[in-house]
Design a protein around this ligand. Structure first.
Ligand code: SF4
Ligand code: SF4
Length: 206
C-alpha cells in the first residue's frame, strides 16, 4: 500500500503536521479535536489524497450503515482519473459484477473484459462471499457519462463504487476512508462517533 495514500491509525503520528500548518495538533487525540481543528486536518489530508483507517468492521452491515450515514455529493470525482494518484490501476470490478453489468447493458461479458485489465484473485473477501477475481476498469470509467455527470450503470455498479469513498484495507476490523471529497470527511467524523460509542477510550494520537 502506498504510504502516501493511506495511514494506519497507529502510525498517523508520522504525518508531517508542520507541512499543513497544523503543528499545534501534535500529540492531540484526533477524535477529541474541536470541529475547526478536525475540519482543518481532514481538509489538509484530503488535499494530499491521504486516506484514514477507522475501526469499522469490514462487513456489509457495518460498511453500509456507515456509507448511509451521510450524503454522497455525486461529484463524479471517483469515476475519473485522480491527478494525485496517477499510478492507480483504475476501478476494481469483480468477475461476477462484469457479468451483471454486461447483462444490464445487453452486451457479451467480453466487451467489458476487453475494456479492463487483469486484477487479482480475492477468495470470499470479508463476507462479500459471492465475489472472486477482479479486473480493473480504466479511469475515466467507461460507464461515466461526462455530459450528465452520471453513472450509466448505477443499479449494477461495482461494490467498490457502492461503498466509495470507503475502501477495503485487507483487514477484517478496519476500513479506510478517502478524504478527497466532503462525503469522505463526513464519513470519517461519523466513523469516529461510532468508534467512540463502541470504545469510549478509542484514540488516534497525532
Ligand atoms: S464518493 Fe465522493 S468523490 Fe465519489 S461521487 Fe461521491 S462525493 Fe464525489
Ligand atoms: S461504475 Fe459508475 S460509479 Fe463506478 S466508476 Fe464507473 S461511472 Fe463511476
Amino acid at each position: 500500500m502506498n504510504k502516501h495514500e493511506e495511514y494506519e491509525a497507529e502510525d498517523i503520528f508520522e504525518l508531517n503536521l508542520e507541512k499543513y500548518g497544523l503543528s499545534h495538533l501534535k500529540g492531540k487525540n484526533i477524535v477529541s479535536l474541536d470541529e475547526h481543528d478536525l475540519d482543518s486536518l481532514l481538509s489538509a489530508l484530503g488535499d494530499d489524497d491521504i486516506s484514514l483507517n477507522v475501526p469499522i468492521p469490514c462487513n456489509p452491515d457495518a460498511i453500509f450503515e456507515l456509507v448511509n450515514s451521510a450524503e454522497c455529493r455525486k461529484c463524479g470525482k471517483c469515476c475519473q482519473p485522480n491527478p494525485l494518484n496517477p499510478d492507480s490501476p483504475g476501478i476494481e470490478v469483480f468477475k461476477e459484477e462484469i457479468t451483471a453489468i454486461a447483462e444490464f447493458l445487453h452486451l457479451p461479458d467480453t466487451t467489458i473484459i476487453n475494456q479492463s485489465q487483469m486484477g487479482k484473485w480475492v477468495p470470499h473477501p470479508f463476507g462479500w462471499t459471492n465475489l472472486s477475481s477482479t479486473r480493473w476498469l480504466p479511469q475515466p470509467c467507461p460507464f461515466y457519462n461526462q455530459e450528465t455527470s452520471r453513472c450509466t450503470i448505477h443499479s449494477v455498479r461495482p461494490i467498490v463504487c457502492k461503498i466509495h469513498p470507503v475502501i477495503f484495507t485487507g483487514e477484517i476490523d478496519s476500513v479506510s476512508i478517502k478524504l478527497y471529497c466532503d462525503y469522505g470527511k463526513d464519513l470519517v467524523k461519523n466513523a469516529f462517533k461510532t468508534a467512540l460509542k463502541n470504545n469510549p477510550n478509542f484514540e488516534i494520537i497525532l
